[in-house]
Design a binder for this molecule. Structure first.
Ligand code: PGA
Length: 250
């Protein structure tokens, strides 16, 4: 089964409006003849601009988070329905920074998944273990629990709208990426778990991205692995040249 690879840029809380517009224009105008699906995840406040600037382009726009609530008195929150209404197509759910710094539990993430898919956004669902868990060689048990307690509540139909990103926490923003062997091993494990829960066909269709210190120098060796279907890229997605070079390399 051939899966179309994805190169996705998670901009996190970075860039001014002028810089964001410039980066969007560079990606739109300079990346050409690529085979992968390209996505960018700017801050909420730049999403409308991004959607407008990318109207005639293949580049997809996503948000970095959404509320688990439908609507109402939740000051400061942004709902899935709002994102959908401005033309956003994807949302990241379960990034380790949201889990760690903002206390998002597997239970909350299960609710976010449901509300996002209902609206209907496509989801990039993140999972991955912290360093202490990797050192204790318990990464498979840890990631299993993240999948079982959030993702496995979905129907088969909803699961087809989800992309998974495996992002070992110890590799995010540290410059220390997982080796291709470590990534492949975990991706194969995740695909096998998907197969047990959702069946072989859905498991074979689901794209599983690697994230954590991806850059042009290591991208090809990671993305060449059989079960690695592209990358969720943080720091290197803020540099047009680096991001485009990764787009062109897959
Ligand atoms: P990084 O971040 O590429 O800067 O390590 C990846 C991510 O957090 O999605």
């Amino acid at each position: 089964m051939s899966r179309r690879k994805i190169i996705a840029g998670n901009w996190k809380m970075n860039l001014s409006l002028t810089q964001a517009r410039q980066l969007i224009a560079d990606v739109r105008d300079q990346a050409s003849d690529y085979e992968c699906e390209v996505m960018i995840f700017p801050s909420f406040v730049y999403l409308t601009d991004a959607v407008n600037l990318l109207k005639e382009s293949e580049v997809k726009v996503g948000a970095q988070n959404c509320s688990e609530k439908e609507s109402g008195a939740y000051t400061g929150e942004v709902s899935a329905a709002m994102l959908s209404s401005v033309g956003v197509e994807y949302v990241i759910i379960g990034h380790s920074e949201r889990r760690e710094l903002f206390g998002e539990t597997n239970e909350v993430l299960k609710e976010k998944l449901k509300v996002a898919l209902r609206h209907p956004l496509k989801v990039v669902f993140c999972c991955g273990e912290p360093l202490s868990i990797r050192q204790a060689n318990q990464q498979e048990e840890y990631v299993s629990k993240q999948l079982e307690e959030s993702l496995f509540a979905l129907s088969d139909e909803d699961m087809l709208q989800v992309v998974i990103a495996y992002e070992p926490v110890w590799a995010i923003g540290t410059g220390l990426n997982a080796t291709p062997d470590q990534a492949q091993q975990m991706h194969a494990f995740i695909r096998n778990k998907l197969s047990e829960k959702f069946g072989k066909s859905i498991a074979a269709q689901t794209r599983i991205l690697y994230g954590g210190s991806c850059k042009p120098e290591n991208a090809a060796s990671l993305f060449d692995c059989a079960d690695v279907d592209g990358g969720l890229i943080g720091g290197a997605s803020l540099q047009a040249k680096d991001f485009i070079s990764m787009i062109q390399s897959v």
